[in-house]
Design a protein around this ligand. Structure first.
Ligand SMILES: C[S@@+](CC[C@H](N)C(=O)[O-])C[C@H]1O[C@@H](n2cnc3c(N)ncnc32)[C@H](O)[C@@H]1O
Length: 200
């Protein structure tokens, strides 16, 4: 199956398009290396995500499926990305409750993973990524997932917000879901927990 219809009005696949520009934030971005594979975070996305999560020190953020990200602690299955830790994001081998902030940008489907990165056989489903993130986060820690799917929140994670991320008219929109690790005893409700004082 082709994935080209996901990426824009010009009939091209995402291959070779690196980092698209996040609509409304067309400024120079930090944190990235070149990423000719395509599928990179939109420019300025990380700065915005750090703001939303309250990250003051980007070097403390764990990036799962890091690709070309060059700040924080990076984990990717492909050694050629230059990730500090070459591992499957579903089983990183990192210690329990060792991070306050995690960001994940996996491929959005197995065929997309295979087409762009040759990683279809290790395609990580959102729930699998969140299970590992839930293990790695300290209580009160947050994980942000960029995906076409808004994941089902599972204990100990609770959704605190979902934002649409677009790179402009005619392009597919993605959801950035922010989840927080609750402290036990866990609330079984699937309802969202609104961010304090936040309307958007
Ligand atoms: C959408 S790209 C991430 C791009 C990154 N956000 C950037 O801005 O450069 C997805 C990345 O996930 C990696 N990946 C795919 N399956 C993985 C897995 N099971 N564990 C860890 N990384 C994986 C791929 O190698 C690829 O670099």
């Amino acid at each position: 199956m082709s994935v080209r219809h996901w990426f824009g009005p010009h009939g091209k696949s995402s291959k070779g398009q690196g980092h698209p520009i996040m609509y409304g934030r067309p400024k120079a971005a930090l944190h990235f290396d070149a990423f000719p594979d395509g599928g990179g975070y939109p420019h300025r996305f990380l700065e915005w995500a750090f703001e939303m999560m309250g990250v003051s020190d980007p070097s403390c953020v764990l990036h799962l499926c890091s690709g070309s990200v060059r700040s924080g602690i990076t984990v990717d299955i492909r050694p050629e990305t230059g990730a500090q830790i070459v591992a499957d994001c579903r089983k990183t081998g990192l210690a329990d409750e060792s991070f306050d902030f995690i960001l994940a940008d996996p491929p959005y489907a197995a065929d997309y993973a295979e087409n762009l990165y040759g990683t279809g056989v290790v395609y990580p489903k959102p729930g699998e990524i969140l299970a590992e993130a839930g293990r790695l986060l300290r209580p009160g820690g947050q994980v942000g997932l960029l995906h076409f799917i808004v994941p089902m929140p599972r204990k100990p994670l609770k959704i605190v917000g979902v934002w649409g991320v677009t790179t402009g008219a005619g392009y597919a929109i993605r959801a950035w879901t922010l989840l927080k690790k609750e402290s036990p005893p866990y609330n079984n409700s699937l309802e969202f927990t609104p961010r304090a004082g936040g309307s958007g």
